[in-house]
Design a protein around this ligand. Structure first.
Ligand code: UDX
Length: 479
């Protein structure tokens, strides 16, 4: 048996939002399966939701070296934490004033060490939590920055000084379609509207813009970096990133890597980390639908939709004549939920062809044989899940990396269509018909190609498979 003293103890700390927690918990599970000890920090608010809605406690309970820890985010219990930009701004304040000192105190103390586990030997924190690097330096241990977004987005962030210097940002509404020249790898297809949403500012001193720029350059101070992507997907951009980051490990798609590592195990292979209650009744509904006939509609964990947009999606989906499974997260309405009821003239079409849930087992939904397409907000986890499942996409990006992800989906990987900044009913109807019928053949050709590359990368000998082994080795050598 391996001596306790030689087993690394990794501290994992995600930014407190669904997309970040999800991928970092997958990494935690992979590290546990590789025999490492892991402490995973959640905010109290998110931890209680994770316990309420997932099997995380029993799933991780089988690893004696694993432990959940919590930190207060300092916000009142009824604060709408995951809703819209305002609350993200609130979170920025909490990070500085509450979370940062609490994190330092927790790590510097001996609290995380036990009879079973060493003191922390390595910190893997969200790449936008730069203060964790200071704590690692104080302790003299390695820090690894995990950016949960795409490489193309991170590269655009590294280009921010150049974008400002060349006058590409800020840009006016009428300049949205202007080509962007200051991001060398992307100048043939990037327009202002495709830049990450934080670039849509009036003033350069905008808080969100400053936050992403500061944190991106901060991440170069970490000992190593992790991205949930794969070499065959974002190779040229990854080459650029390697001029900023010394030790970059690309280990994605993480959900697929984890699934393949768990497939020899008798337990459930999909690790669900949702902060909402999954409504599994949609799986039985999908079982009754014809092959590749259903459009899955979900806008992730943060997107807010107003009444007009809901209605346009509704008309577009019903008028397309296609079947649809629609996730309507309870906190995604920018108005009272009653105002987003089914319009009378669409009740019939919705009943015949539609099914709605508040939160779905998305990974399982996307690989269901009945799913033919995905109308998505282009969150990075959703994009990777769709890629692996071989499902083409219609992209309606909301914020952050989603604007650039959707451009890559349509222009580079050619596995979908970018509906950015529009959602009128006729566009929705047309794109749904294109995805399911008129342009399906071409779309499927590239979708299957990307899907095969993704699966190759996580199979034995593939780049993400090897990089994950190298990452574990890196952590082991620094005990
Ligand atoms: C946002 C960003 O866009 C993302 O790129 C970034 O890394 C984190 O913040 P989010 O809105 O949460 O993320 O979207 P996404 O990254 O796609 O993650 C959503 C996750 O929730 C996916 O793993 C998806 O499978 C899951 N999900 C979503 C469900 O399990 N059920 C649902 O009904 C909807």
């Amino acid at each position: 048996m391996e001596q306790k003293s030689s087993i690394p103890h990794v501290l994992i700390f995600p930014y407190p939002a669904q997309g970040h927690i999800n991928s970092m918990l997958k990494l935690a599970e992979l590290l546990c399966l590789s025999g490492l000890h892991v402490t995973f920090i959640n905010t109290e608010f998110n931890y209680s939701r994770l316990l309420r809605y997932t099997d995380a406690k029993s799933r991780f309970g089988r690893f004696p070296g694993f432990r959940f820890e919590t930190i207060s985010d300092g916000l009142p219990e009824d604060h709408p934490r995951s809703v819209g930009f305002l609350s993200l701004n609130d979170m920025f304040d909490q990070l500085k004033t509450v979370i940062k000192p609490a994190f330092r105190e927790m790590v510097i103390s001996d609290r995380l060490k036990s009879d079973v586990r060493n003191q922390i030997t390595c910190i893997i924190a969200d790449g936008i939590l730069g203060f964790t690097i200071d704590v690692a330096e104080e302790l003299g241990i390695p820090s690894i920055a995990f950016r949960t977004v795409s490489a193309c987005c991170v590269y655009a962030y590294f280009c921010l000084p150049k974008l400002v210097e060349n006058g590409d940002i800020p840009f006016k509404d009428e300049d949205m379609d202007r080509p962007v020249k200051s991001v060398p790898e992307m100048k043939s297809f990037l327009r202002c509207r495709d830049l990450p949403s934080f670039c849509r500012v009036k003033e350069l001193n905008d808080r969100g813009l400053q936050f992403v720029e500061t944190e991106t350059f901060n991440s170069t101070r970490a000992t190593a970096q992790i991205l949930n992507t794969f070499e065959d997907l974002e190779g040229p951009v990854l080459n650029q990133l390697r001029s900023y980051w010394r030790n970059l490990y690309t280990i994605g798609p993480l959900h697929a890597l984890l699934k393949s590592r768990k497939s020899t195990d008798s337990s459930q292979t999909v690790s669900s980390n949702g902060l909402w209650e999954e409504d599994r009744s949609c799986m039985a509904w999908l079982d009754l639908q014809p092959l590749k006939s259903v459009v899955y509609v979900s806008f992730g964990s943060l997107t807010m939709v107003n009444r007009e947009q809901w209605l346009e999606f509704w008309y577009g989906l019903v008028n397309s004549g296609k079947r649809f499974l629609w996730v309507r997260r309870p906190d995604s309405f920018a108005v009272e939920e009653e105002e987003c009821q089914i319009p009378a003239e669409l009740v019939e079409g919705t009943r015949e062809r539609g099914y709605m849930v508040e939160w779905a087992p998305q990974e399982e939904v996307l690989v269901h044989p009945a799913i033919g397409g995905f109308l998505t907000h282009s969150g990075w986890n959703s994009t990777l899940e769709s890629m692996v499942a071989g499902v083409p996409m219609i992209c309606w990006p909301h914020f952050a990396d989603q604007q650039i992800n959707s451009r890559y989906v349509s222009e580079v990987w050619k596995m979908g269509m970018d509906m950015k900044d529009k959602c009128d009913r006729s566009t929705v109807e047309k794109l749904v018909k294109d995805m399911m019928d008129d342009k399906r053949e071409d779309l499927m050709r590239s979708t299957i190609r990307v899907s095969e590359k993704a699966k190759r990368s996580i199979s034995e000998g593939g780049s993400s498979f090897r990089n994950f082994e190298a990452l574990v080795d890196f952590i082991r050598k620094r005990v």
